[in-house]
Every structure is written in C-alpha cells, then in structure tokens.
Write a protein that binds this ligand. Structure first.
Ligand code: XBP
Ligand code: MG
Length: 256
C-alpha cells in the first residue's frame, strides 16, 4: 500500500460547502441594500463575478466593469471596507440562522483523516470569521481545533490564483507539497494549488463545472458517501472507488 498523505489542504467556499450562491451572494446583496446602493448581484452575474476572488476585490471589480454610471465617493476605500464588514456580518448570521450543509463526503474524509492522524488545514480566500462560522455550524462546535492551520483572507497579500496562501500553509505545516493533497472547486483555486506544486482533487459545482481543470490530479462531482458514489469526471484512475478515502489519495500521490 502507498503511504498515506501527511496532510489534506481544503479550500472552503464551493469545496467544503456550496456557500457562494445562497450564502456570500445573499450577504453581499443585503449589505448593498442596507447601504442604500442599487447594486444587485443575481445568480448568473455572481457566477461572472466569481472570476475575482476576495469580497473586497470582487466589489471593486463589479464597479469598474459593470457600473460605469457609479461615481465612487472620495472615501471609496473606506466604503469598500465598511460594505465588506457588513457583508461578513450578514453572512455569519445567515450561517447561524439557516446553515449551509457540507458537501457529500467532506465530513467522512475529515473524520477518517483525524482517526488516522493525517493533518488538516484550511486554505481559503474568504474572511476568517466566515470560516469559523461555517466550521462551527456545519461541522462541530470545536471543529476549528481539528485543523493545524487555518489560513484565510488577507493573511497573504496576493489571493488565489496566486500560490501564496498555499506556500504559507505548507511552511506552517513544515511539509513539502509532495506529501499533501489539496481540494479545490474552482479554476482560480486549482491554479493556486498547482503553482505551489500540489496534487489537487477538484470537486466541481454549479458555478465551476465548465472551468478548465485539465491539470487536476482528479476531477469529481463530489467526494462520495456510502450509498452515494462519486463520479470521476477526469484525471487519474482511482480504480472504481465510490468514495475518495486516504488510501485512494495515497495512491494518487504515489502515481505522480
Ligand atoms: C472564495 C471566494 C471568497 C468569497 C467571499 O474563496 O472567492 O472571496 O466568495 O469571501 P475560497 P470574502 O473558495 O478560496 O474559499 O467576502 O470574505 O472575501
Ligand atoms: Mg472555492
């Protein structure tokens, strides 16, 4: 049997849970309405805006690209920071009220990793408070402690697709990329992980299924659960496994 990976590195939005359409998007719209702005991000538009990672960066991109009619105030930088803080407040409240479930197989794989001493890390563009809220509400009250490193938001200056946040996490873990597997759902995330030298498993979702995932180690519809097998969309043969487990991930690393 191939050695197991030493650590699993998880993206958050779209990978642990489908948080974008009914979470982040809704929270942005609530923050805009509260500030008296006529900015409304519908489902298709939000899909386009996801090309830019990071909420503050995404708002600036929207104004620059889609709102030539909007004249930014002199304190535009402060406005963006205030809107982003309000959006975080709405997003975390939304998770506490209605919750967003984890994607299939996520809890199973995290449980297996913890049982077998494989380390866990979070590698995300989103704000730390959003990660805490998701882990607490969707996973377990103490779930933040399951992760050796939680790297989020502005911890690095250049967000995905830059590899900086992956370099940061690998340094903190003291591991080489060849010992770890990354999990992502988007092209920007995949590019970041690949540029850091990581074998990457992509689980696609509604917003990302048409992205370019050609260099992923494996592309799946989801990680698979008992009674709900995963479908391999592209990449390494994992010999008909119905659920991605640590043995399959070890083989994936050995086959690189
Ligand atoms: C997803 C993102 C994030 C969220 C918004 O990042 O692009 O920007 O949509 O987060 P990942 P903030 O998939 O890497 O988790 O508003 O908190 O920036
Ligand atoms: Mg993502």
């Amino acid at each position: 049997m191939s050695p197991l990976p030493k650590a699993l590195l998880f993206d958050v939005d779209g990978t642990l849970a489908d948080t974008e359409r009914d979470g982040h998007r809704v929270a942005f719209n609530r923050a805009f309405a509260e500030a008296g702005l006529d900015w409304v991000w519908d489902v298709p538009l939000y899909g386009e805006l996801l090309a830019v990672t990071g909420g503050k960066e995404r708002m600036r991109h929207y104004v620059a690209r889609y709102r030539p009619d909007y004249h930014p105030p002199v304190d535009y930088d402060d406005l963006i920071v205030r809107l982003h803080a309000a959006k975080t407040r709405h997003y975390t409240a939304l998770l506490a009220e209605s919750g967003i479930p984890l994607r299939p197989g996520v809890r199973r794989l995290l449980d297996e990793a913890r049982r077998r001493g494989v380390r866990l890390a979070i590698v995300t563009t989103t704000t730390p408070a959003n990660v805490s809220a998701l882990l607490r509400h969707a996973l377990a009250p103490d779930a933040e402690q399951w992760f050796d490193v939680i790297a989020a938001g502005d911890v690095v200056a250049a967000k995905k697709p830059a590899p900086d946040i992956y370099h940061y996490v690998l340094r903190r873990l003291g591991l080489s990329p060849r010992q770890c597997v990354a999990f992502e759902d988007s092209e920007n995330g995949l590019r970041a992980a690949l540029a850091a030298g990581l074998a990457t498993v992509v689980t696609v979702n509604e917003y990302t299924r048409t992205h370019d995932f050609r260099d992923a180690a494996l592309v799946l519809d989801h990680l698979g659960e008992p009674g709900r097998p995963c479908r391999v969309l592209a990449g390494a043969s994992v010999n008909g496994v119905a659920q991605i487990d640590l043995v399959a991930l070890g083989e994936l690393l050995a086959g690189r």
